[in-house]
Every structure is written in C-alpha cells, then in structure tokens.
Design a protein around this ligand. Structure first.
Ligand SMILES: Cc1cc2nc3c(=O)[nH]c(=O)nc-3n(C[C@H](O)[C@H](O)[C@H](O)COP(=O)(O)OP(=O)(O)OC[C@H]3O[C@@H](n4cnc5c(N)ncnc54)[C@H](O)[C@@H]3O)c2cc1C
Length: 320
C-alpha cells in the first residue's frame, strides 16, 4: 500500500471543473497526513493543457489514448482499475458529480475496494481514511472509517478550497497508454443545452422555486415576486423534470452555478445538489414550512411559513 493520495481530474471540452481543484487541495492536505504524494490523474487524448493547470500536485498521471478521448464510464473504470491494482493509493478522490459517481461506483466493484460517497471531509487516522458524509439529503452527517488498502471517496463540491488546488508548480508528469475501449458503452455526441431566454448566472436577484410549489400553474406567484424585485425566476431540478420551467433556469449540480446578490429559495428543501449551485450567493432567504429543511443551514434569513401566504404578501408589500 502506498501513502499517496490520488485525485481524478474531471474535464470536459478542455475545461477543468472547479471541483477538481478542490480535490487537489484536499489530496494535498491528506498527503500531508500520510507523508505521501499528491497525484492528479488526468484521462484524455490531448491533455497537456489540462496537465499544465495541475501545479498544486506533486505528480500528474496522464492516461492518454483514443479510447479516453471522451468520457466513457466503462473505459475510465477499466483504466483506473489497473491504476488502483498497480499503485494502491491510500485514498483516491472523485468529484461527487455524475462523472465521479459513475466512475467511483464502477471502480469500487471492479477493483474490489470500498467507496464512501457524498463526503464533505476526509482525514487520516491510524493509516485509515475517516470520511464524513452527508446522508438523508444533507439532514444528517455520518462518519465512517474505511477499511482496506485503498479508499475511494466521492467529495461534494465546495468541501475544500479550489484556490488552494490551483497553485503554481511543476509536477512530475508520467504518461500511461489508455487501455482498449470497453465498448459496452460508446460516446456518441455532446448535447448542448438549448439557448436560454434569461441567463440566470448574470442576474443579481433570483427567486428560485422548488417542488414545494406543488403545481406548475402556481409558479405565477413566484414570477410576480421576481418581477416586483426586478429579478428573474430560477428553480430546482424537480421543477425542470416536471416540465414547469426550462432547463436553463435550473440551479445546482446538473444545472447552473449562480452567485446573485439576493437568492430567495421558495419551497426548496436544500439538497446538496441544489446547494452546490447557489451557496455562494451574497444573501440567501429561504421560505420553507419545514423548519428542519437543510436549506436553512445556508440561509441568512429563514421564513418557516406556507409559501402561498408569504410570497403573495411579499409581492404586495413591494408593489405598494
Ligand atoms: C446527480 C444528481 C444531480 C442533481 N442535480 C440537481 C440540480 O442541479 N439541482 C437541483 O435542484 N437538484 C438536483 N438534484 C436533485 C436533488 O437531489 C433534489 O432531489 C432536489 O434538489 C429537490 O428539489 P426541491 O428542493 O425542489 O424538492 P423537495 O426536496 O421535494 O423539497 C420541497 C420543499 O418544499 C417544502 N414545501 C412544501 N410545501 C410547502 C409550502 N406550501 N410552503 C413552504 N414550503 C413548502 C418542503 O418542506 C420541502 O422542503 C440532483 C440529484 C442527483 C442525484
């Protein structure tokens, strides 16, 4: 077993995700505890531009070849299973994203190593990874000790500082050939989102509506509040899944990351995937009838009342 901490670098169309830098920062901290190295793992075809951004790592392991030119979970798992078997990193970190969860789950099964998901913190104790994970949509945390030579961990975005993972430096670079594709799944094309009527990432005031609204026809009351404030309407994912608002309005992990001056969350529980997209807003106001809803953990102001009473009353007050 090595003392090294590996972190998977997630990238798409040449852009490295912010979570990848957070993982490098966390890997550095853990490597400080084990006395090992921080290793950034980059899969892709022409990845020198990505490797050049990994200055905060001690080493970059590039796995290159046509089979990993695009993200394909089965081929990523095949490549990384070999890495885990040959190098036995103490911990391998993945973003808790669609890509990270796909790969880490498959890798855990293929390599026969344990996985802890939804982590917000990892530390080393007596040579073992101790992981704090969010459960029940963030209402509770669980602490787990991971037994085995290698621990796979998927880390929720925002759990470490991306800036600390972006330092200057000249890591050693090692290149490995990617394996043959595991073509049970093959990449076909990237589907770009539809053009948006409003760019919610540029709005200073957002009123975001969640499943608590209950019916698409009632979104009108949220639109009226947004208009009275001079802002725009955003939403959580179930609202998009129900077809009530377009995908371009979705905030969160699989939607957009926003940082308005004011974010009013209406009938939104505050699942980690939603918080990931809005927790950096300057001022957060949450309206939710459940006082235990996790949204209140990030809110500056909270109103534990029925949204159908509060929202029209706020609009009326603003209009008068
Ligand atoms: C890989 C992945 C990616 C995801 N990406 C995203 C993403 O990008 N964005 C996203 O939002 N989610 C995303 N999700 C889904 C996420 O896990 C949650 O399911 C979702 O955020 C819940 O949306 P919600 O808060 O609107 O609904 P719910 O969790 O159902 O919450 C509704 C809330 O409304 C409150 N409420 C109900 N009635 C009233 C009332 N009359 N007055 C006041 N309050 C009321 C309830 O107390 C409740 O807290 C993702 C999930 C996965 C697995």
């Amino acid at each position: 077993m090595s003392q090294d901490i590996f972190a998977l670098v997630e990238h798409i169309e040449g852009q490295v995700s912010e979570s990848s830098f957070e993982l490098i920062a966390m890997a550095r901290r853990l490597a400080g505890q084990t006395g090992g190295k921080t290793v950034a793992v980059v899969l892709g075809q022409d990845v020198d531009g990505i490797t050049a951004q990994m200055g905060a790592a001690d080493r970059v392991l590039q796995i290159t070849g046509p089979s990993v030119a695009h993200f394909v979970p089965t081929t990523y798992v095949k490549a990384l299973a070999q890495v885990v078997a040959d190098r036995t990193p103490a911990v391998m970190l993945f973003p808790n994203s669609a890509i990270g969860m796909d790969v880490a789950g498959g890798l855990s099964v293929k390599a026969g190593v344990p996985l802890a998901a939804y982590a917000t913190d990892v530390r080393m104790e007596n040579g073992k990874a101790v992981v704090t994970s969010q459960i029940f949509g963030g209402k509770l945390n669980a602490e787990a000790e991971v037994n085995g030579d290698t621990a796979l961990v998927t880390v929720i975005a925002g759990s470490a500082s991306a800036a600390e993972g972006q330092a200057e430096g000249a890591p050693e670079v090692e290149t490995m050939a990617a394996p043959e594709a595991d073509d049970r799944i093959s990449f076909v094309k990237l589907v770009e989102p539809e053009a948006a009527d409003v760019d919610i990432t540029k709005e200073e005031i957002l009123v975001a509506v969640g499943r608590g609204i209950g019916d698409g026809d009632d979104i009108e009351i949220v639109e009226e509040l947004a208009e009275a404030l001079g802002g725009a309407v955003a939403c959580s994912r179930p609202v998009v899944d129900a077809g009530w608002l377009p995908k371009s309005r979705q905030v969160g992990k699989s939607g957009l990351k926003v940082k308005p001056k004011l974010y009013i969350a209406v009938g939104i529980s505050g699942a980690p995937e939603h918080l990931e997209g809005m927790r950096d807003a300057d001022l957060i106001v949450a309206i939710n009838s459940d006082p235990k809803a996790p949204i209140f953990s990030v809110a500056d102001y909270g109103i534990t009342e029925d949204l159908f009473d509060v929202v029209p009353a706020m609009t009326e007050m603003l209009e008068s």
